[in-house]
Design a protein around this ligand. Sequence first.
Ligand code: FAD
Length: 311
Amino acid sequence: PFDVLVVGGGPAGASAAIYAARKGIRTGIVAERFGGQVMDTLGIENFISVKETEGPKLVMALEEHVKSYDVEIINLQRAVSLTEPGKHGNKNEDLIELKLESGATLRSKSVILATGARWRELNVPGEKEYRGKGVAYCPHCDGPLFKGKPVAVVGGGNSGVEAAIDLANFVDHVTLLQFDTELKADAVLQKKLRSLHNVTIITSAQTTEVTGDGNKMNGLTYTDRVTGESKHLALDGVFVQIGLVPNSDWLKGTLNLSKYGEVEVNHHNATSLPGVFAAGDVTTTPYKQIIIAMGEGAKASLGAFDYLIRQ
Ligand code: FAD
């Protein structure tokens, strides 16, 4: 059995695995796709100490770093359930069981969950085609690329309104499109947003297409849900802010999740299950970023080590 079994091969999981292996304990890492969201990222400019890099390049460096330690990498395998010792058919007294989609079962004294999250997509024509060519999901990551340009934000919840306020500081103009008849963000954010001179709010707007010239996006089409009219906005970018979905479906009923499905963790990254820790985008820790996921992965690993030496 493993001492530490990490589930997820993104920045949080890679960091957790390295910290565990450096303690000389038996470490494994299971990943559906090593690299996680970073694999889908074009430019990265906020990974501190590296001025500029690309997702796949960073993933290669991550993999190389993990492989320089004695870590068993179980790639292209999806975890489907986790069972506490002595519960629900797990006959082990002190080992947590992790079942994989392939039918295999892995056993470990402690587990670190780092299965990340995914941005909810609009699912309209042009969105995939112009992803990274105008279509963006993370204002902290890609916002500065649109300095002085007209952009839209889709989504009128807290994250959409926060993104619009943030972007309004340096882009030319922000159009906020909300599907509902009104914004859902906290009143204080709405007040701030309405005080900005370069923001237009459009409610009852259903985005129907991202348009472009084949190389990059040049606008967005939406239907006015009141009149049924179709309208087009000329834009250089759009930030889709309609939700971040944690990859925690397989953990429902096993440990405590927030109302958004995030794994609840304390300051030591412990979950509600003894011996199970969690890190990165799948958790309740705010601000989903690479550098944060890595720091949290290190913390979860040290938390697991502390747990193990007390057993
Ligand atoms: P992820 O990167 O999501 O990794 C999750 C891992 O778990 C993957 O290996 C996945 O295959 C695996 N997994 C999931 N479910 C299972 C399962 N059931 N069984 C086994 N394995 C599983 N952040 C920045 O700091 N700067 C940027 O410039 C930036 N740009 C971004 C651009 C895009 C397009 C996207 C999508 C995100 C961007 N982010 C950026 C955010 C950043 O990528 C995430 O915050 C970070 O990757 C989170 O790391 P993580 O390890 O928690 O999760």
